[in-house]
Ligand binder design. Structure first.
Ligand code: SAH
Ligand code: SF4
Ligand code: F3S
Length: 432
């Protein structure tokens, strides 16, 4: 048997990176590596990076700096950088931080074993023709009742501010037969909820299937109780997917549908190819199909050229939609994107607008949570709570719910009456 070695992975960025980190752990598992939560005891450290905002890559370099003493004490320690900064900066990372042994992009991490063994180049940021998922081991036992499943990667949209089309490449969908097999395999291992992932998940088009068709087929798998998907683009919400929200009981009533801005002028400058009105009518149609759906979004404050009136239009759109939650970001220029050519707004304007967006979203989040009090929802227990006899899980609407249930076990899907709302979670009583 090969020696047991320890692998420490730190994950930044989106859920796709969380998924990729799990798969990298499995690939290295085939080489005798087991995952550790303690960097100091690792034989290999992998930083799975995100390039979406400025701070993310600064953070990588400071984290790498902090690994210096560890590398000095353990010269055999392998340090790898994966993910979107790896894709964007490649060789430059090793130039700037010579302690890094290997750099691997999001599409080539199935080659990690060869890279670690020194049989392949130390920097690999290809977009290979082969599918990395064809070169990976079967998914190992899951730690909980929920799992991610990447169904689509990359993006052809080229929003003016965004690096994803450059770091993740063109839109590629995985074949539906593979996905159904992977989903069945996950369910056999105890998974009850699957979140389908893609940078533009609703643009899914594997073997000419739509995302709606994939969802409907997945819903027929016995033992799979809940289906979610993220992230969606408004322009790819087709009629069948909207209808599925009303027809498929397993498709959960929560949808992350980023709009970015409520100003048509800014949406145009962002190359979003939809207007605020188009988005609002879309929300109406989705709510007609599934009236209790909770919506979330991403917003960018202070995009270049944004006026006070544009910002007001975003606040107005938020008021009109009424979100359950949302991520609000201050615009940050990403080198190589078209928006980075334009002059930025002063930082204090960006900070003030960001704060206004966040305050409004926080108020809406609390209102959405309070409106749940008294209602009956499904809750899938994900872990034990802090108090003895308490379980914590997610509601159908993706709220964290604390339930006093001494008989409860991780993986139970129960009916709960919501009795109270805290700042970031709900409390409830199990009914059955
Ligand atoms: N594919 C998804 C999400 C992409 S990245 C979508 O199309 O919505 C997640 C979020 O990061 C984006 O929705 C956007 O709000 C934010 N973001 C991306 N680039 C940014 C930048 N340069 N500055 C600030 N926020 C950015
Ligand atoms: Fe980025 Fe736009 Fe693609 Fe989303 S749709 S990943 S924001 S380019
Ligand atoms: Fe970040 Fe790459 Fe995801 S840039 S948000 S890790 S796709």
């Amino acid at each position: 048997m090969a020696d047991v070695k320890k692998l420490f992975i730190k994950t930044y960025g989106c859920q796709m990176n969380v998924y990729d980190s799990e798969r990298m752990a499995e690939v290295m598992g085939g080489q005798g590596y087991v995952v550790t939560e303690v960097a100091e005891e690792a034989d290999m450290v992998l930083l799975n990076t995100c390039h979406i905002r400025e701070k993310a890559s600064e953070k990588l370099y400071s984290d790498l700096g902090r690994l210096r003493p560890l590398k000095a004490a353990k010269p055999d320690l392998k340090i790898g950088v994966a993910g979107c900064v790896a894709q964007a900066e490649g060789q430059e990372i090793i130039r700037r931080m010579p302690l890094v042994d290997l750099v691997v992009g999001p599409q080539t991490y199935h080659r990690l074993p060869e890279m670690v063994a020194g049989r392949a180049p130390a920097v690999d940021t290809d977009f290979p023709a082969e599918d990395k998922f064809d070169h990976m081991p079967r998914r190992k036992a899951m730690r909980g009742p929920t799992a991610f499943l990447t169904v689509q990667e990359g993006c052809d949209k080229f929003c003016a501010f965004c690096v994803v089309p450059y770091t993740r490449g063109a839109e590629v969908s995985r074949p539906p037969a593979r996905l159904l097999a992977e989903a069945r395999d996950l369910v056999e291992r105890g998974v009850r909820e699957i979140t389908l992932l893609g940078q533009n998940v609703n643009a899914y088009h594997g073997d000419d299937w739509t995302l709606a068709r994939l969802v409907r087929e997945l819903a027929r798998i016995d033992g799979l109780e809940r289906i979610r998907y993220t992230t969606s683009h408004p322009n790819d919400m087709d009629d069948d997917l909207i209808a599925a929200h009303g027809e498929e009981a397993k498709l959960m009533p929560y949808l992350h549908l980023p709009v970015q801005s409520g100003s048509d002028r800014i949406l145009k400058a962002m190359n979003r190819k939809h207007t605020a009105e188009h988005y609002l009518r879309l929300v109406e149609r989705i709510r007609a199909a599934r009236p209790d759906i909770v919506l979330s979004s991403d917003f960018i404050a202070a995009f270049p050229g944004e006026t006070a009136a544009d910002h007001e239009a975003t606040l107005a759109l938020i008021r009109e939609v009424g979100y359950g939650s949302a991520f609000c970001f201050k615009y940050s220029a990403r080198p190589g994107t078209p928006a980075a050519e334009k002059p930025e707004l002063p930082a204090n304007i960006g900070d003030a607008r960001l704060q206004e967006l966040r305050d409004l979203i926080t108020a809406q989040q609390l209102a959405t949570q309070t409106a749940m009090v008294g209602r009956e929802v499904g809750v899938l227990y994900e872990k034990a709570g802090r108090r003895p006899g308490q379980m914590v899980g997610k509601s159908d609407h993706l709220h964290a719910v604390h339930v006093d249930d001494p008989a409860g076990r991780v993986g139970d899907l129960v009916r709960v009456r919501i009795t109270g709302s805290g700042s970031n979670s709900l409390a409830g009583l199990r009914i059955k």
